[in-house]
Design a binder for this molecule. Structure first.
Ligand code: SF4
Length: 166
């Protein structure tokens, strides 16, 4: 990951921005300082409707009752917007503002991976964020001198359910 970030930045020196989603999205948040919600939007502004009419937090896990947040005949958009967010350990994590909580399903079933497993996953997120933080001064310089366009890190332009944080 470290080598990939270095390669990504070195390509930028020549004005070429590789479309690596985690880097674009995370660098955008770090540059703007604007906290992110869960990156895919689950529980915030992105929901899934199952063939049964059930509304779920995520399209890949409709079979779990705890992912169900309503039904199309009973639940309106106002009740859904922002109805769920990651619990601990994300809720009190110092980099929640840039990570967003990674995946609400895994957060809900964190006991499956245990504290150690969750910590291992988070260590990869911390490493990724740290590498991009370290690259920020150079990225800012490339933006300021116009080597890369100002909208480079506006990713995604509209929420497309992409998780961004792997
Ligand atoms: S780094 Fe881990 S604990 Fe922190 S917000 Fe991301 S997934 Fe949650």
């Amino acid at each position: 990951m470290t080598r990939l970030v270095r390669r990504w930045v070195s390509e930028m020196r020549g004005g070429r921005v590789l479309g690596l989603v985690p880097f674009l999205g995370i660098a955008g948040t770090l540059l703007s300082g604007q906290p992110t919600h869960l990156r895919c939007g689950a529980g915030h502004d992105f929901f899934s409707i199952a063939p049964s009419g059930d509304i779920t937090l995520c399209p890949v896990t409709p079979e779990y009752e705890f992912m169900r947040v309503g039904h199309i005949t009973e639940t309106g958009p106002d009740e859904l917007h922002g109805c769920a967010s990651p619990g601990e350990p994300c809720a009190s994590c110092d980099i929640l503002w840039v990570c967003g909580g990674r995946c609400i399903f895994i957060n809900r079933v964190k006991d499956w991976v245990g504290e150690e497993g969750y910590g291992l996953i988070c260590s990869t997120v911390r490493h990724l964020v740290g590498e991009l933080e370290a690259a920020l001064p150079e990225i800012r310089g490339l933006l300021e001198e116009g080597t890369i366009p100002p909208d480079t890190f506006h990713y995604p332009e509209i929420n497309n359910d992409c998780e961004v944080i792997p």
